[in-house]
Design a protein around this ligand. Structure first.
Ligand SMILES: [Zn+2]
Length: 336
């Protein structure tokens, strides 16, 4: 039913003659996209999570608090990863992303120096201006952590997670100016009360059916030692059950780093099938950018209606198992 409504909505918005092809909000035309995100750069993410992700062939995003990265050598606490471990994870295909410089919470910053009385009756613009003195702190948390990560790993940082995942709406403008994806849409927040059954329920009832990008937020993975993160999963078996279940659902779930999933979702949101005036049934994939989106050109998956055939740039496209075909922004699509 949901899919029928979507197709109807697309057809209405585009005001095109009846055809089924639509831009898939998910890579490969799958049902949903999912990312594992690990917060704080705990040492167990290197010792335990990394090998587990390599075992199941699942990419993941590790969010590092750059001021807490440990130095190698005598007296090392081994509560957080070191720079050489961060670099090794990047080299093994994981996304190393920013989780602030100092873990400062933006909600504390929001109220810093502003009382309720002062904010009363103010417009959004006035409130935003009142918070301007806080901007340099927000910027430094993003930019300095990004610089530190990029200079060590040599990879571009695309994803950012706020401390406590708190990002009041006044931070939105700063985020779009920083041109970084903000980790959000957490459908599974792991912790002490978890079980394999609770993961199964959340995956099947919230993730697979969502037709959008969502993620798990993971801190401690359950090693039971001092190098594990905050609010750990009860045991390593329970932790592994989550990875196993996600791996088993790869036919319907696109599992990728948060940066890859967010980049694709932004592109899909900003791409339109625009009919060519003089050629019926021929469309161009046109990319624009909404003010708040960070958008790059690239691959676009098209979901086809049953039996529908399309040509991409004049060549017949072969659909995959989801009946979706791969195209790119700027391509010409002909529906046959
Ligand atoms: Zn954190």
């Amino acid at each position: 039913m949901k899919r029928i409504l979507q197709i109807t909505l697309f057809a209405f918005i585009l005001a095109t003659p009846a055809f089924g092809v639509e831009i898939s909000p998910i890579l490969e035309g799958k049902m949903a996209a999912f990312s594992f995100t690990y917060d704080d750069g705990a040492y167990s993410h290197y010792t335990t999570a990394l090998p587990m992700h390599l075992k199941y062939g699942l990419p993941a995003t590790f969010l590092i608090i750059t001021d807490r990265v440990e130095l190698e050598g005598e007296g090392r606490a081994k509560k957080y990863c070191s720079w050489s471990e961060v670099c090794e994870m990047a080299a093994k295909g994981m996304e190393m992303a920013s989780h602030t410089k100092t873990h400062r919470n933006m909600r504390d910053l929001e109220s810093a120096g502003l009382t309720k009385e002062m904010m009363k009756g103010k417009t959004r613009a006035e409130l935003f201006a009142m918070r301007e003195p806080n901007w340099p702190t927000v910027w430094s948390e993003i930019e300095l952590s990004r610089e530190a990560l990029e200079s060590h790993t040599g990879q571009k940082v695309r994803t950012y997670a706020f401390a406590g995942n708190a990002f009041p709406d006044w931070t939105g403008r700063i985020i779009s100016e920083a041109r970084i994806y903000t980790r959000g849409n957490i459908r599974i927040a792991t912790g002490r009360g978890d079980s394999a059954e609770s993961y199964r329920k959340q995956l099947d009832e919230k993730v697979v059916v969502s037709n959008c990008v969502s993620c798990a937020m993971i801190h401690g993975v359950g090693t039971g030692d001092a190098g594990d993160g905050w609010n750990p999963i009860p045991s390593l078996d329970v932790y592994e059950s989550l990875l196993k279940m996600v791996a088993e659902r790869r036919d319907t779930l696109h599992v990728d780093t948060f940066g890859n999933n967010a980049a694709y979702a932004a592109r899909a949101r900003n791409t339109k099938l625009v009919p060519e005036n003089d050629r019926p049934g021929v469309y161009k994939l046109v990319l624009s950018e909404k003010p708040k989106d960070i958008c790059e050109p690239g691959e676009i998956w098209l979901r086809l209606a049953p039996g529908e055939k399309v040509e991409v740039n004049g060549k017949p496209a072969v659909p995959n198992a989801q009946n979706a075909v791969l195209a790119h922004t700027g391509d010409t699509i002909a529906v046959r």
